[in-house]
Design a protein around this ligand. Sequence first.
Ligand SMILES: [Zn+2]
Length: 321
Amino acid sequence: MKRLSFLVVVLILSLSVGVLSACSSSSSSNTSKDDSSKSTASQQDSSSSNQDTSKHPIQIVAVEDFYGEVAEAVGGDYVKVTSIIDKPNIDPHDFEPTANTSKIVNNGQVLIYNGIGYDNWMDKLISSSSNASDKTVIRVGDDLLNKKEGDNEHLWYIPSTMPTLADALADKLAKLDPSHADYYKQQADKYKKSIQPLQDLVSKLKQDTPKKVETTEPVFDYMLQALNYQVDNEKFSMAIEEETDPAPADLAQMKNDLKNKKVAFFVQNTQVESPVVKQLSSLAKENNIPIVKVTETLPAGKDYVQWMTDELKQVENAQGQ
Ligand SMILES: [Zn+2]
């Protein structure tokens, strides 16, 4: 008797659960139908806003993969990010867009690139695309950092660049997709928190009084500035980056500085090989001057924080020597 009533209760319960779930599923499908009809209507109203991002993610194109990483973090579930320069062996200074590059740019709704002349082939690709006026364009240097052509282009070495980009992206995405505005803001905050250890490391390694260093190229200069190091051989490093011959007097001064241990460390861009760079790095080694090895592009298998941390750890080691 007891058992029977238990069975009856179970039966009644499962029936009502069935009814409930049937109800809720039908009501949820009604809502989603309403949603989709609303968004279709609004898409017809204005071509540039309110797309249904759950089904059609916002297409973001980043020229440099380290900016693409920020876009992925901020856009999360509602974006699809394509990075153009996404391998360490592509030299951004020599990059030539292909037909495929223009196709990617043409499909992009949000375009992120470095700007200030680093990747100005993008300006042309955007203006010649069929839907240029519908695109949201973020040039990190010109639009966010108040930099201009002729300034040092390696902006991702400024510790505040990625947080600034994250906030700007959250704003732009919120305009394109207002229903997820809060989500983008939260994602940007989460991203900024995730790179805080990097900011902390920069503060920790910052020198109280400026110290001199030498570099083979201006790639790491913004970070050096943040750490209160002074580059003692700007003309030389510009010559190497521009692939021209450095002036003999500049080279002689550098050699002297290394021999007389006048610099805290020697920064070498390992992506550039030249006899003169080789010669200088051996001279640094001979004189026990620490070498900090950096790269222009994101190394394979690392994210931005790992990349920067690895380079800063070398500075930390150099400080300990
Ligand atoms: Zn460069």
